[in-house]
Design a protein around this ligand. Structure first.
Ligand SMILES: Cc1cc2nc3c(=O)[nH]c(=O)nc-3n(C[C@H](O)[C@H](O)[C@H](O)COP(=O)(O)OP(=O)(O)OC[C@H]3O[C@@H](n4cnc5c(N)ncnc54)[C@H](O)[C@@H]3O)c2cc1C
Ligand SMILES: NC(=O)c1ccc[n+]([C@@H]2O[C@H](COP(=O)([O-])OP(=O)(O)OC[C@H]3O[C@@H](n4cnc5c(N)ncnc54)[C@H](O)[C@@H]3O)[C@@H](O)[C@H]2O)c1
Length: 496
């Protein structure tokens, strides 16, 4: 990829230290998959990584957050079983809670470590890579010329300007929160996206006094107003949320030697409010790690949001350049399974070996937020469908407020919308808040990916009594609204 071969200039005083077929920058999920796949065919592959060689998912992402949620759900169940005639008060050992999060994280990390340790040392470089004006990779004392480059540098928490200085050590992000030795007494969480919702609810369930603030009157970025309203309703039973709040200032005060954080904000009614407490967890989004990398020197153009232009969503290739940008680094869909698939596909592509290479089609859009009740989106969103004047669609709906098994389990709050295509009898997309949403989401993703018709879905058995019977009710509602005669059943029957 070196634009001027390996001729040194004044700016690049060193000579090229190695020439490789493939260089991978970033050894998270996407980079590791790319490395494994490319190494099946090519021997001269190098992988460069700064920081931990596990993955964001294991170190500070999916796994520690789910471990915290698991502890929180145990506490919640213990504290909220009175309706079943069971009375208990959970004794929460905050230190042990945080210890288990880290112990289990180490367990998961050990598998990755074993794998990375098995790679030859000369193929791994520990350090921050920079692509220089000649398109060469500078890292430590090395200058690397690579024929193909896979960028898999992930993303980092976005912190609004000035907040880090103003909040100092009262500020937490997902990079630091799992290092807490003990549970705090109070915490504000800013941002009601996936990270904010999951962590705000988990800490609440663990006895922390949490206040969740979000700019928009929206949770988890939900784009279907009915589902958003229902999610706010279900979550507000246990979570203190100030949605539609505009933060005007943040900072710290010293109260008798004790430092505490404050947030000044205008609430949704325009009233000035102030919050005081121990920590502010900033969950205001993530940004791809690409800005200072120098991908522009490879011919990659970035848009105003630092997203690469001409990105192939299938392979991560940028136009016809020998550059691939995969995982969170391309800011397309910052989710684990996408990073994994994109890394695999890019690793296959650089092999130029069609037999060993398998290029997965871009995944059906699918996301789960692991709050309770869970929030799931699959396929096209409602605004995307509404924008396409060609699509004739109906919305099949089911409430989980009275759904049989949900009520039995005491988890009966939720709503599912399925967007059905009238012309094709196919599912265009769905949005849900409710119990077992992760499983319902997987079934819907399977149906969309494999082009199953709604009739196919309804010809599949649904066991009784399950929460999944709610899915059948919504599918029947789609058919009913499509006016398909052979299945115009009473859509409310499933609640028994
Ligand atoms: C709190 C939290 C919870 C999450 N929960 C979920 C979940 O439940 N489900 C889900 O699907 N997704 C979840 N995600 C998202 C998921 O973790 C990411 O989408 C995924 O880990 C991205 O993988 P990646 O390979 O693109 O990047 P990473 O794993 O971040 O790897 C990038 C690597 O590149 C390195 N790097 C960066 N710049 C350079 C450079 N210049 N030189 C060398 N190395 C560099 C970094 O240090 C890092 O090691 C969560 C994220 C967070 C933060
Ligand atoms: N379960 C999962 O799959 C999972 C879990 C966690 C994270 N993730 C991934 O990580 C990404 C980042 O998550 P996230 O929750 O940080 O980002 P996000 O973009 O999903 O949500 C950020 C939220 O912060 C709000 N916000 C931004 N600036 C604000 C401000 N100044 N004041 C008040 N509110 C403000 C936004 O309105 C938004 O609701 C997600 O998009 C997702 O891809 C996934």
């Amino acid at each position: 990829m070196n634009k001027q071969s390996d001729t040194a200039t004044d700016d690049t005083p060193k000579e090229v230290t190695r020439k490789v077929s493939v260089a991978i920058i970033g050894a998270g999920t996407a980079g590791q998959n790319a490395f494994r796949q490319a190494s099946k065919i090519k021997d001269d592959v190098v992988i460069i990584n700064e920081g931990f060689w596990t993955t964001t998912c294991i170190a500070v992402g999916c796994m520690p957050s789910k471990l915290l949620i698991a502890a929180a759900d145990r506490a919640h169940d213990a504290n909220h079983s009175a309706e079943f005639g069971i009375h208990a008060t959970a004794q929460i050992d905050g230190k042990r809670v945080m210890e288990r999060v880290r112990d289990e994280r180490s367990h998961f990390a050990s598998y990755i470590k074993k794998q990375v340790d098995s790679w030859p040392d000369h193929k791994k470089i520990d350090g921050r890579a920079l692509i220089n004006e000649q398109g060469l990779i500078e890292v430590n004392d090395e200058l690397i010329a690579a024929e193909q480059i896979i960028v898999a540098t992930g993303s980092s928490p976005f912190i609004p300007d000035g907040w880090a200085d103003k909040l100092g050590d009262t500020m937490l992000t997902s990079d630091s929160v799992f290092e807490l030795e003990d549970l705090p007494k109070t915490m504000a969480v800013v941002g009601a996206g996936a990270i904010g919702l999951e962590l705000a609810q988990a800490f609440t369930r663990l006895g922390v006094e949490v206040t969740l603030l979000n700019r928009a009157k929206q949770v988890a970025g939900l784009k279907d107003d009915d589902i958003n309203n229902k999610a706010m309703d279900c979550l507000s039973h246990e979570l203190t949320m100030h949605l539609g709040s505009e933060i005007t200032d943040v900072g710290t005060t010293a109260d008798g030697g004790n430092k505490s954080a404050f947030i000044r904000y205008e609430d949704s009614a325009g009233e000035s409010q102030q919050w005081h407490g121990e920590y502010v967890l900033v969950a205001t989004g993530r940004r791809n790690n690409i800005k200072q990398l120098g991908v522009e020197n490879l011919g990659v153009e970035l848009d105003d949001k630092n997203r690469p232009k001409n990105l192939s969503k299938k392979t991560g290739q940028i136009g016809d350049l020998n550059v691939y940008i995969v995982g969170d680094a391309n800011a397309n869909i910052p989710l684990l399974h996408v990073a994994s698939d994109e890394g695999y596909s890019a690793g296959s592509m650089v092999c130029e070996n069609t037999e060993a290479a398998y290029i997965r089609p871009p995944a059906t859009p699918f996301s789960i937020v692991f709050c309770s009740p869970q929030i799931v989106n699959v396929g096209m969103s409602l605004p995307e469908i509404q924008k396409d004047s060609e699509l004739e669609f109906v919305i099949g709906s089911v409430s989980f407020d009275n759904q049989g098994r949900s009520r039995v389990m005491g988890v009966n709050c939720g709503l599912l919308h399925i967007y059905g295509c009238k012309k094709t009898d196919r599912i265009l997309g769905a949005s849900m808040v409710g119990p077992d949403a992760e499983y319902i989401g997987h079934i819907l993703a399977t149906a969309i990916t494999n082009d199953l018709s709604i009739k196919d879905m309804l010809d599949t058995p649904f066991y009784h009594p399950t929460i999944l019977e709610g899915l059948r009710t919504a599918l029947r509602d789609v058919q009913y609204k499509m006016e398909i005669s052979f299945q115009s059943l009473d859509t409310q029957k499933d609640s028994s």
